[in-house]
Design a protein around this ligand. Structure first.
Ligand SMILES: C[S@@+](CC[C@H](N)C(=O)[O-])C[C@H]1O[C@@H](n2cnc3c(N)ncnc32)[C@H](O)[C@@H]1O
Length: 205
């Protein structure tokens, strides 16, 4: 894979192989998104989830595309214009602070982001995911599996991701292995997804 955020990286993030392995529409629907939903895509990158989410939620829904990289937000905004999608709002975040109101989302997506954060920030980010999600709403997390033969310090095993979510008050109700993608180094990397739910206030009490 090339330099992060260059054209090759964007192409890899949006590859047909990835979309075939884990179709974003199916993941979003499985997590409860549909017409009229509000989706917050934290760490949206070039929009692997943001753009299909905008198609899925239709004219009455809203998608907030959140990233710390202005270039990613410009890419998503340009693509939204090209596809005539008017319900996407780009949001520039700083560190783990997402400038959106509490409980604004029916579904919060956080794909391939947590492993990239310094360890101390992972906890803060999962707390931010909970803050953004409305009570009874859903959180979809996608992550790379650690490579068995290689100490990739930043990769999170499903149990570690689950622990982060549960500690943030987001019980995980489903987990699935999505399959393997081939990387630029010829290796194959496994991907998985977790689905969590923010309990209703009455369940929290
Ligand atoms: C590996 S990309 C994944 C992009 C997209 N979610 C996907 O699945 O294709 C991670 C993205 O998270 C963004 N990012 C990194 N730290 C972030 C933070 N603290 N808050 C929001 N976005 C962040 C990066 O700029 C990058 O665009």
């Amino acid at each position: 894979m090339g330099q992060r955020y260059d054209d090759a990286w964007i192409a890899a993030m949006l590859s047909a192989e990835r979309a075939a392995l884990a179709p974003p529409e199916a993941l979003l629907t499985g997590a409860g998104a549909g017409p009229g939903s509000t989706v917050v895509d934290v760490g949206c990158g070039p929009g692997f989830f943001t753009l299909p989410a905008a198609h899925l939620i239709g004219p009455t829904g809203r998608v907030y595309a959140v990233d710390t990289e202005a270039r990613m937000l410009s890419y998503v905004a340009d693509e939204a214009t090209r596809r005539n999608l008017t319900t996407i709002t780009p949001v520039l975040a700083q560190d783990t602070d997402v400038p959106l109101p509490d409980a604004c989302a029916d579904l919060v997506v956080c794909a391939l982001l947590l492993h990239d954060l310094p360890i101390a920030e992972r906890r803060r980010m999962t707390e931010e995911l909970r803050r953004l999600c409305r009570p009874g709403g859903a959180v979809l997390v996608v992550e790379w599996l650690p490579r068995p033969a290689e100490a990739r310090w930043n990769r999170l095993a499903p149990a570690q991701t689950m622990e982060l979510l549960v500690k943030a008050g987001l019980p995980v109700w489903d987990q699935a292995y999505l399959g393997e993608l081939s990387g630029a180094d010829g290796e194959h990397d496994g991907m998985y997804r977790l689905m969590a739910r923010r309990p209703l206030a009455a369940e929290d009490a």
